[in-house]
Design a protein around this ligand. Sequence first.
Ligand SMILES: C[S@@+](CC[C@H](N)C(=O)[O-])C[C@H]1O[C@@H](n2cnc3c(N)ncnc32)[C@H](O)[C@@H]1O
Length: 282
Amino acid sequence: MDLSMPGFELVQLKSGAESIRCRKHGETMHVGSGPSTEAAELHVNQQRIVERAVACQVEGNSPFVIWDVGLGPAGNALTTLEALRAIDAPVEIHSFEIDTAVLEFALKHSGALGYMAGWEPVLGELLERGEVQALPHVRWRLHRGDYLDQMCHAPPPSAIYHDPYSPARNPQMWSLEVFRAARERCAPDALLTNYTRSTAVRVTLALAGWAVGLGVATGDKDQTTIAAARAQMLERPLDAIWLRRVRASTNAAAFRGGRYAPGPIREADLRTLEALPQFAGR
Ligand SMILES: C[S@@+](CC[C@H](N)C(=O)[O-])C[C@H]1O[C@@H](n2cnc3c(N)ncnc32)[C@H](O)[C@@H]1O
């Protein structure tokens, strides 16, 4: 453990991969399967980033824009870059981070973490200059500060990796305000993926204007969450059975104003949810 940076520590996951634990939030990143595997399964493959970036180029809409929300130790971003080596379609990655201490910690331990190997100079330049040509066809930009304040500086995304700390520890980042602002700014073909299967998070996403579906299994999680700007993009949209669960749940209240206050859904929110195109008539 590096005592000069006491906010974080390296931990070995069940999979054998090394990851990072934030002591302040008491949370380990990529806890299920490790930084590269979780990033690939949950975000890169599920969002079909490589195919969609190529399609974007063919349709003349390049660059394909990705928002990497909560850069952290860059597991999602670097896994994306590795996948993008296979193509030459133009891509922009816009990472958002309120505190780069975890990335600085990770860089000091890049040997143990493994997934950073070879990317250290790129990460160094990103930290120093705020942007870097990560691959000949991929521009990578770092937006320092609070995501909600910074998102207006990034172009509309077709892909959002939503990866802050958990709703209990980081409720502002799972709030109606944040999801609504992202929905208003995103491209018409946007997908948003995250690691939770929380009913309250799904309710919040739906009320914010996203169509919401079941996401892939990864690590110990039998399902996660995927949201889309258009419902047709979802393979497994949430349905009437889920809506029934919302009505019965004691933990389905939408997140508002950065407060973590679990409880049943408000009556007015339930009416709004039931009237959404995804659920109307169910
Ligand atoms: C779980 S870690 C991200 C892991 C990372 N995506 C990866 O793939 O390695 C969560 C990160 O979100 C950042 N974060 C939390 N709140 C934020 C905010 N309001 N704006 C920007 N970043 C935030 C934290 O500082 C932390 O680095």
